[in-house]
Design a protein around this ligand. Sequence first.
Ligand code: PEP
Length: 262
Amino acid sequence: SRAYRSDTSIVELGNGTRIGGTEFVIAAGPCAVETATQLGTTAAAVHAAGARILRGGAYKPRTSPFSFQGLGTEGLRLLEAARAQTGLPVVTEVIEPADVEAVAASADIAQVGARNMQNFALLKELGRTRVPVLLKRGISATVDEWLLAAEYLLDGGNTSVILCERGIRSFDPSTRFTLDLSAIPVAKKLSHLPVIVDPSHAAGRVDLVAPLAKAAVGVGADGLIIDVHNDPATAACDAGQALTPEAFATLVNELRPILAAV
Ligand code: PEP
């Protein structure tokens, strides 16, 4: 909490990328790792456009058991290859405590998804590692519950924690979730941890990603995590929210003047 630390803690990755403080960092890439070509093409494009971290799910938490569940360890190998190709550090989700060791050994940041925010066994296992953790806010979690979930990681001795607002359940079906913009300044006031925003999973709609990303910058987010796919129409996961590489490059350019103004 702020009682412990008044400045913002900075999460530093192995290659020197820093998240928090005066840094603004964009992670981008496909929702799910599908093939070497899909990941490699997308990784090269987001790197060229200015992303500093590559996102991609190897283990996918899907609402339906009949949906694509991810490539698992093969997905981790493809992410390692994309990192070697681009130099981008990698963020990928871990779903089960049993996979923490493999993800921590492979990825630069382990993501805890919204549905696992209060999976305390998973949090405790990650707390025992020193891999940076991106902790998404649960879809019905209060800010206090989110911050207490982060405490499980910190209490275990893992101090490299990044918070991620990704939208909460509301009564309105216009968007898949409602991006809680107020949660960003609230969390930053209560906590020293960096806070980034996922406009893609919040909206679930490609047309809303850019306006929500801009709003997130405006309210002081420390970064963004954005779904980008080399061919969104064929995406195996959340196709309706993936930006094309061209749309992503346009968005990065449009964010620059907003970043300069805040
Ligand atoms: C994701 O980022 O791939 C994801 C599934 O996000 P969330 O946990 O926010 O739904």
